[in-house]
Design a protein around this ligand. Structure first.
Ligand code: GLP
Length: 241
């Protein structure tokens, strides 16, 4: 694993955006695995800036997102579909037909998960997967558990995840209790993985995930087994290692 130390959130975003843009330049028709949350927002802003300068072209890029809340319609401003359109897709020349997320309104969980896994397979897998990490070490919405979940699945969110994400909703009762997420196997099959972490509130989990034992109790710890992972974290997030 390569670790790049950034000064702060802005520096982390710029360093990570450099890696994403290198991927797009090297393989213009790449499949990007994208993430939501506050960690990647700065990266998307930086990519948009470079796109506006004419340095980046998304016209042949395909994207698959990690996860989506169950029960939120695409026009709900807290759905990840809405997030991706607001923070990236509407601001660059990506072809919307080539952007994919799990369908939060699917009626049949099992069918939706199968559909999403097949879709990723049919695209030839993910070239570069961007990941943030939750305070409990979750990646996508793969919560701590007794075993690693393999494929796309529907998960019951942990109380700590609901608590962390309530800042985006009017009240905690509005935070969905379930979500669809790519599984650990799907994430681990990505050719390259880029993890971004910022802030001292994540310092403890960075230590556990990347320097502790590999365990499903800390889902991100499995990334230690991948042979092409880049962690870009700011000084605060790296303060305990
Ligand atoms: C959410 C998302 C994850 C994200 C995590 C951390 O639960 N499903 O993909 O990595 O939160 O979010 P943040 O970057 O806001 O700390």
């Amino acid at each position: 694993m390569k670790i790049y130390k950034a000064k702060d959130y802005k520096d982390m975003s710029r360093k990570a955006a450099n890696i994403l843009s290198a991927q797009i330049i090297m393989k213009p028709d790449c499949v990007l695995g994208l993430a939501t949350g506050s960690s990647p927002i700065g990266i998307y802003e930086q990519l948009i800036e470079w796109y506006n300068k004419g340095d980046l072209d998304f016209s042949q890029v395909t994207s698959v997102n990690l996860d989506e809340y169950k029960g939120l319609k695409i026009d709900n401003d807290q759905s990840y579909y809405y997030f991706m359109h607001k923070h990236l897709f509407s601001k660059v020349n990506i072809d919307i037909k080539n952007t994919f997320l799990p369908n939060g309104m699917a009626e049949d969980d099992k069918k939706e998960c199968e559909r999403y896994d097949k879709l990723i397979q049919s695209l030839g897998g993910v070239d570069l997967q961007l990941l943030g990490m939750g305070h409990n070490g979750h990646i996508g919405f793969n919560e701590p558990d007794e075993a690693f979940e393999k494929g796309t699945h529907c998960v019951k969110l942990q109380a700590s995840t609901i608590e962390a994400n309530k800042r985006f909703f009017e009240s905690i009762d509005d935070v969905p209790k379930y979500a669809y997420t790519m599984g650990i196997k799907t994430i681990m099959q990505s050719k390259k993985i880029l993890v971004v972490v910022s802030g001292d509130d994540k310092a403890e989990i960075v230590k556990k995930a990347f320097f502790g034992p590999v365990t499903p109790a800390v889902p991100a710890s499995i990334l230690q087994m991948h042979n092409d992972v880049i962690l870009v974290a700011d000084e605060a997030a790296l303060s305990k290692i």
